[in-house]
Each structure stands twice: as C-alpha cells, then as structure tokens.
Design a protein around this ligand. Structure first.
Ligand code: SAM
Length: 244
C-alpha cells in the first residue's frame, strides 16, 4: 500500500513542546530515526542499529515510550523499533532514553552508547511494513491501542484483517503478537479478528494474568489506578494459514 493511501486518525501533537525537549527532537531523533529504504527495498537489521541484534521486536504506538525504554534497558542485545505518530510521545521516549526524563541528565542529545538498540519511527507504523523482510520480528507489541468504540469507526481499530496479514508476514515462525487492552470489547474484537484471519493462535489461557516479565505501560498503570482491568492476549503465528 502506498504512503498516501494510509490515513492516520489519531492525534499528532499535544501541548507545546518546550525548548529543551525541542532540542531532543532536533539533536537526538535524527540519530535514532531510520531512513526508509526506497520502494521495493528492505531494512537490514545488521546495520540499522548500533548493535548487531540477536532478535528484533516492534512496538506499535508506544505512547510516552516508557515500555520501549524499559525493554531496551532490560534487553540490550535485542533491537527494538518503536513507532508513534504523536510527537509529544516521541519526545517523551527520547527523554526516557537519555535520562533527562527524571532529571538524571540534562543532556539534550544522545549520550554515547545509550539507545544503541532502539530505533524510532515518528509516524504511522504501516509506512514501514513494506520495508521489513518476512519473519523480521520475534515480538510485536500492540499495547492499549485506541479502542475506537463506535461501530462506524471499527475499521480504524489497529487489530484488523489488513494489519494481521502484514504482521503474520513480519513475525517469525517462533514469534508472538502481544496485545493488551483494558477495554473488554476490544479484547473480544481482537480475539474475533484473529480467529477470522486464521493466522495466529492464542497461547495464553488466563487473559487477566500478565505474561512473564511484563512491563506495564503508562496506559496500563493509569487504567489499573482507575479500576480498569487489563486483558493480555498473546498470539503465536501459525506457520501455515489453516483454511476452514
Ligand atoms: C491509547 S495509546 C497507548 C499508548 C501506549 N501503548 C501505552 O499503552 O501507554 C495508543 C497509541 O497508538 C498510536 N497509534 C495508533 N495508530 C498507530 C499507527 N498506525 N502507527 C503507530 N502508532 C499508532 C497512537 O498515536 C497512540 O499514541
């Protein structure tokens, strides 16, 4: 699908970005933002990162980026690509990565060696899809996706047939798609969409039990504090599509 055919319905900008955070965007983002290969070309993961990753994970819609930043720290030998069109979220991830988020650092650039295993796509993840090779990812995270609760907006929900088909191609034969939501109807929707696709099988039995080593996102923490219950869905790729 060509770039211009993709329409993103979420927010791209929130409150004004202050000067020091703008400097993160100006200085740091260009070092972490991949250049999209030309049409028909794919990324080479051996040269994309500052490391040679043992595997690569993708996070769709990282929000404030806490989850990407935490995973990057926990798994320094894994390459992590995060995509998020909301600019304030991108700035927040940059601040997490260089420590300025907590005041641990006042740097307005990337510190040496930090974030070697992270790459940031500050836009719609679907723009990247044609440029990833088959079986690229061991894990893909879609965490607290916008629920688009109105029936007439259902086609905006990220878990849909088109994206499941892309993700099936991109996830490795041993890889999994992780979806989390605190909207019960969205969990049902995701399970139905996956069943309809025939491309993945759900491998976790208790959908209210967080998977091992789970790192909660900002949305998850806010939801739990407000009394909402997380639903975790782990889907393993089926190698062959089972035609019913
Ligand atoms: C409700 S927020 C959740 C953010 C974060 N995952 C969390 O749990 O804190 C959903 C995010 O997905 C992003 N998003 C929606 N569609 C996207 C797309 N096609 N590509 C990349 N990000 C997308 C939105 O911009 C939004 O920030």
């Amino acid at each position: 699908m060509a770039f211009k055919e993709l329409r993103f319905f979420g927010r791209r900008k929130g409150k004004a970005i202050n000067n020091s955070r703008q400097m993160l965007l100006d200085n740091m983002l260009p070092k972490l933002k991949p250049t999209l290969p030309s049409e028909g070309q794919t990324f080479d993961f051996n040269t994309l990162f500052g490391i040679t990753p043992k595997e690569v994970w993708l996070e769709v819609g990282f929000g404030g980026g806490e989850h990407v930043a935490e995973l990057a720290k926990m798994y320094p030998d894994v390459g992590i690509i995060g995509a998020e069109p909301f600019l304030n979220g991108v700035v927040s991830l940059l601040a997490h990565l260089n420590g300025s988020h907590t005041g641990e650092s006042t740097h307005t650039d990337l510190e040496e060696g930090r974030a070697d295993n992270v790459r940031i796509w500050p836009d719609d993840v679907r723009q990247m899809f044609p440029h990833f090779k088959d079986n690229s990812f061991e894990r893909v995270f879609v965490l607290y996706p916008d629920p688009w609760p109105k029936a007439r907006h259902a086609e905006r929900r990220f878990i849909n047939q088109a994206n499941l088909h892309h993700l099936h191609r991109l996830i490795s034969d041993t890889g999994c798609l992780y979806v989390a939501t605190d909207v019960a109807n969205y969990a049902e929707w995701a399970i139905e969409q996956v069943a309809l696709s025939g491309l993945f099988e759900q491998v976790n039995k208790d959908i209210h039990q967080a998977p091992v080593d789970w790192v909660p996102t900002r949305y998850e923490k806010k939801g739990i504090a407000a009394g909402r219950q997380p639903h975790y869905l782990v889907f393993r790729k089926k190698k062959e599509k089972i035609v019913k």
